[in-house]
Design a protein around this ligand. Structure first.
Ligand SMILES: [Zn+2]
Length: 509
């Protein structure tokens, strides 16, 4: 039977469990900024920010955060993981100004017996001692049953016994982790339905891991089984395959179970990018909701469908997450994709210009994986500036460059009716090309203008595979000429700008 819950709390543990990701360590300043954004921008219900007793630096960060949160009235929403160590974790949390202890206890007989070498009752004596001390110090207490999923499978009696014996101690949340991410949605549903039926007065949290890629589905089934909170992280950060993704869980609960969550979806993407840059872990481009490509249509048919009234839309619209739909340009795109992009940039081109532009995009698309909307101004500027002069044409060009070696170039070039083959060398590929080209043009009495500026750029936010634009400024008889070349290869972009200058100069002669 599915239980009816109307709102589910999200507990974000990016700063505690998320920081256990291989190679991730947040500085105190980074922790504070992420925590503030989680609570005030994303408006997540609770956050877990550290493990007690980790280091002095960590304590300082937690103290700074709690001081801010106290002023903002948010300190009850900041939680710290602590251990069954009587006074030590509690003192650490209290000294850092904290209000909530998430106590890590053993949720499986195996862990209790083999790791602690204790019986459940011996373990519970110490657990209760820590809880009592924490409450005396004014802390709210939640309890993690570590390895609960294996505990439930292998020794359910242990789990029932433990939860029964922890009744009446004023524990707020019983937090049930699938520590190794081993459960399926059906197993989550069955086991948690059992737990919530046996202990109807307790608040249960589910803490999932993504080892089988099931963390989001498991969170959904945990909610169906009646848990009141889900633990998750930004960008799935966490050990091994990570924790459940906050973004995915938030949208799945709302869209698939019609359950409210207290977060501002419009902030998810910004927060994801903040966590990407502080953690150094980038999300894959196809990550649901936050990935770079998830609102990009690559097929012309889809762009055409959008033009004709949202034929390819779902509830996951870019507007919902304050993002934009974009239309990729390249071999697979068609007129409709191009028109969408031009419309978004307010650029008016007639149909023959659009036709030429499309041909050019398809050709450039062969050199580069994707042509993005950011590349478009380069390509249009290049196209519109392109003169029809064709006195000189580069037929072939091979460039060799090496570290601490002179670069060499071989070219085959047509000048008017004549074809030349020659080579040149120089300090870099572009310099070698100029030396080869000068040899050819000497025969045509062409005086090479002086290069006075050379600028290379890629579109804002471009990556290593970006299209490059090269603008070269030449001084010719006291007059400046600027020409442009666009290519995926930066030396060829410079060469394109040079060939264009030569054609322009030959034409004016
Ligand atoms: Zn975990």
């Amino acid at each position: 039977m599915t239980k009816q819950v109307l709102t589910v709390e999200l507990m974000d543990t990016t700063l505690r469990d998320g920081e256990q990701t291989q190679g991730v360590s947040f500085s105190p300043a980074e922790k504070v900024s992420i925590a503030k954004a989680l609570l005030q921008k994303l408006k997540v219900d609770r956050i877990e920010v550290a493990s007690a007793r980790v280091s002095e630096g960590e304590k300082h960060a937690v103290a700074q955060l709690n001081e801010w949160a106290t002023k903002e009235g948010l300190v009850e929403r900041i939680e710290v993981l602590g251990f069954v160590d009587h006074t030590r974790s509690v003192d650490w949390i209290v000294e850092a100004g904290g209000k909530v202890l998430n106590l890590l206890t053993k949720g499986s007989l195996k862990h209790c017996k083999e790791q602690l070498k204790k019986t459940l009752d011996e373990h519970l004596t110490e657990v209760k001692q820590t809880i009592e001390y924490a409450q005396l110090q004014g802390l709210n207490v939640n309890v993690y049953l570590e390895d609960w999923s294996n505990g439930y499978k292998d020794s359910p009696e242990y789990v029932y016994d433990m939860v029964s014996k922890l009744q009446g101690l004023g524990i707020n949340h019983f937090m049930l982790p699938d520590t190794l991410g081993v459960m399926s949605p059906q197993e989550v549903f069955d086991s948690l339905s059992d737990m919530t039926a046996r202990f109807p007065d307790n608040k249960f949290d589910f803490h999932g891991h993504n080892d089988y890629g099931l963390a989001t589905a498991n969170a959904m089934y945990a909610v169906k089984a009646g848990v009141s909170s889900i633990h998750c992280t930004m960008n799935c950060l966490g050990e091994r395959a990570g924790n459940a993704s906050l973004a995915e869980v938030a949208v799945v609960l709302q869209d698939k179970l019609n359950i409210a969550v207290n977060i501002d979806e419009k902030e998810i993407h910004t927060l994801s990018q903040l966590v990407e840059s502080f953690s150094g872990k980038r999300c894959a481009d196809n990550t649901p909701i936050v990935g770079a490509d998830v609102f990009t249509q690559t097929s012309g048919i889809h762009a055409d469908g959008d033009k004709k009234g949202g034929l390819y839309m779902s509830a996951l619209t870019p507007e919902r997450f304050a993002r934009c739909r974009s239309y990729a340009l390249g071999k697979m795109s068609g007129k409709a994709s191009l028109a969408k992009n031009l419309e978004a940039m307010d650029i008016d081109l007639d149909s023959s210009q659009q036709q030429k532009l499309l041909q050019r995009i398809v050709r450039l698309g062969d050199q580069k994986a994707t042509i993005s909307a950011d590349d478009l101004p380069f390509i249009i500027a290049d196209l519109l500036e392109r003169n029809e002069y064709n006195y000189v044409e580069l037929l072939n060009c091979s460039i060799n460059s090496g570290l601490e070696l002179e670069s060499t170039v071989s070219i085959r070039v047509r000048v008017n009716e004549q074809t030349y083959k020659t080579s040149g060398s120089g300090n870099g590929g572009f310099d070698a090309f100029i030396s080869a080209m000068k040899k050819v043009l000497d025969k045509e009495q062409f005086i090479f203008p002086e290069l006075i500026d050379y600028q290379l750029r890629i579109p804002p936010g471009g990556k290593t595979n970006a299209l490059t634009e090269c603008t070269v400024t030449w001084l010719d008889d006291g007059e400046q000429i600027t020409t442009r070349g666009v290519n995926a290869n930066q030396v060829l972009a410079g060469i394109g700008a040079t060939i264009r200058m030569i054609n322009l100069k030959m034409h004016t002669k």
